[in-house]
Design a protein around this ligand. Structure first.
Ligand code: F6P
Length: 542
């Protein structure tokens, strides 16, 4: 990264080039190039990416690859995979890729083979999970566990919850799974509905074991157990996962029930670590390994494939193209899959916590924009809610449309209707419908202005055969590395999240101030002071 971003030759050329491309319509790009739909594609780890319906030409892609080269993307990828301290502001490696390396590999970081450590911990997770699944793990009263409640937030919740929902057809149907994240007591209350204390195990996941929400929910879970079972043997109802295993003691989890992950695992990329223990319990050790194999296949592809055919790099380059050169504010993801309905929330943390930055790795203000807002919903539902704006609104929202050829639940003919909708939306967004076409179709003249579909709305389609563990692993890794690609080019640290700290500190300061008998003067701004007083009055009925 020798030169600053805007000084690179490729950046300067892209600034000119975008003006030409903005004048082009996808209709013309396809009319003038019959091979475009076949050529602008890439395939890896069971995923097929069609990026031809993006507002790019071959020159655009060439310039974006040059930009990546000038910004040293490939060297930055190598540095991450070697375990260098790429999380600069926290002085740490970001080695989520080591979590899914096969046992035969070795990666020595700070004198320790992290792949060996990973596999030792995976073996422990597997043993624990098999005891659970086999009914050998018994609670305080000697009854086997039948329900697992994952307590965690952010990366300690979104990944396990999303993957569990996505892969339910592969999960042990004898075990019930619930996920609790919010400090709102309603979350735990609802999650516990219908569960029997004697048969419930809590999996408390927190890298730091200090996160307010998780600690409070773990305490409340213990109180719920205690009310029915008394205080003896409750340790048999808890498993913990943390970077600091000793910290489990502060919520009463003994060391033998603690699973370990490491400082070099970021929260939002932790699902392949002990943070994913609930998934090992659901899918079994073999199922979890097959998820990891999918991640690893995409890791290998990302680190070993030239940019022109590299799915995560292409995805990252396109996102950067729209954000930095078209100036889009948002980007969307629509998975045509009910099972993947939690994917947008998962990707939001990955995308926005990673790249929502305004200083470079060197701590200097960034030159230009970083991450767009990522949002999304489940297809086809989103078509009946938000797609009107995508088709005819005044903002440009590049979108990824994700689909699968074969259903895991339900009949193929109905699934074909789902797929038809994905393909139709991509076509309608790209090509729209002109005034002439409407007139020819006999549309009422007065309605024509309302019915014209401008098109030229970009999408990338991601297709796979079916939503199974390796495919899902590959899909998640694709987005992890897409996010990394964008960060590497923008020159920001995608692995820290200092921006979330101030709010946590202020909440800790405000919490005691909400007490009815708080006597000291409130020292916030006038709005916060007034809101605190109003809250107390509303709560206390005064
Ligand atoms: O507040 C943000 C964050 O630190 C995320 O990065 C992380 O995934 C989440 O909180 C939970 O943190 P922990 O696993 O330490 O409880």
């Amino acid at each position: 990264m020798a030169e600053s971003l805007r000084e690179t030759a490729a950046w300067r050329r892209l600034e000119w080039h975008v003006r030409e491309v903005q004048e082009l319509h996808l209709r013309d790009l396809f009319d003038g190039d019959p091979g475009r739909g076949e050529r602008m594609t890439a395939e890896a780890a069971g995923l097929y990416l069609d990026f031809s319906k993006n507002r790019v030409t071959d020159d655009t892609m060439h310039l974006l690859r040059r930009l990546a080269a000038e910004r040293g993307l490939e060297e930055q990828v190598r540095a991450m995979f070697r375990g260098e301290k790429v999380n600069v502001s926290e002085g740490r490696a970001a080695l989520h890729v080591a979590l899914r390396m096969p046992r035969s590999r070795s990666l020595v970081v700070d004198g320790s083979d992290v792949v060996k450590d990973v596999h030792d911990e995976l073996a422990r997770m597997g043993e624990l999970a098999e005891r659970l699944r086999g009914g050998e793990w018994q609670g305080a009263t000697g009854r086997p566990v039948r329900a697992v409640v994952n307590i965690g937030i952010g990366g300690s919740d979104l990944g396990p919850a999303m993957v569990y929902e996505a892969l339910r057809p592969f999960a042990d149907s004898e075990l019930r799974f619930r996920f609790v994240s919010n400090v709102d007591p309603a979350n735990l209350t609802r999650a516990l509905e219908g569960l029997d204390q004697a048969e419930t195990l809590f999996v408390v996941v927190s890298k730091t074991m200090s996160t307010l929400e998780t600690i409070e929910n773990a305490r409340a879970a213990r109180a719920w157990l205690e009310a029915a079972l008394g205080s003896e043997g409750l340790e048999r109802h808890f498993v913990g996962a943390a970077a600091n295993v000793e910290a489990g003691a502060k919520i009463g989890i003994p060391p033998e029930n603690m699973l370990r992950f490491w400082d070099w695992v970021g929260g939002r990329t932790s699902l392949c670590s002990a943070a994913g223990f609930s998934l090992v319990a659901a899918l079994g050790a073999d199922g979890f390994r097959s998820l990891l194999a999918g991640f690893h296949a995409m890791d290998e592809h990302f680190s070993g494939t030239a940019l022109g055919g590299n799915l995560p790099a292409l995805s990252g380059l396109l996102a950067l193209w729209y954000r930095s050169f078209f100036g889009v504010q948002t980007q969307a993801v629509f998975a045509y899959s009910h099972a993947l309905r939690l994917l947008p929330a998962y990707l939001q943390q990955l995308w926005m916590e990673s790249n929502g930055k305004s200083v470079s790795v060197l701590g200097e203000p960034v030159a230009g924009d970083t991450a767009a807002v990522l949002w999304g919903a489940e297809g086809t539902n989103a078509q009946h809610a938000v797609f009107q704006l995508l088709h005819q609104g005044t903002v440009l929202v590049p979108a990824d449309l994700i689909g699968f050829a074969r259903p895991l639940e339900g009949p193929q003919p109905q699934h074909d209707l789902l797929a038809a909708n994905l393909l139709a939306q991509a076509e309608a967004l790209a090509f729209g419908r002109t005034e002439d076409e409407l007139r020819e179709a006999g549309a009422d003249a007065e309605t024509i202005p309302h019915r014209v579909m401008p098109g030229n709305r970009p999408t990338s389609a991601i297709l796979a055969e079916r939503l199974d563990p390796p495919t899902l692993g590959a899909l998640i890794a694709l987005y992890e590395h897409s996010v990394f690609t964008q960060a590497a080019i923008w020159g920001i640290d995608p692995f820290d999240q200092w921006g979330v700290e101030l709010g946590k500190e202020l909440a800790a300061r405000i919490a005691p101030e909400l007490a009815t008998d708080w006597k000291r003067e409130l020292m916030h701004d006038s709005s916060t002071n007034a809101l605190i007083r109003r809250y107390r009055a509303l709560r206390d009925g005064k």
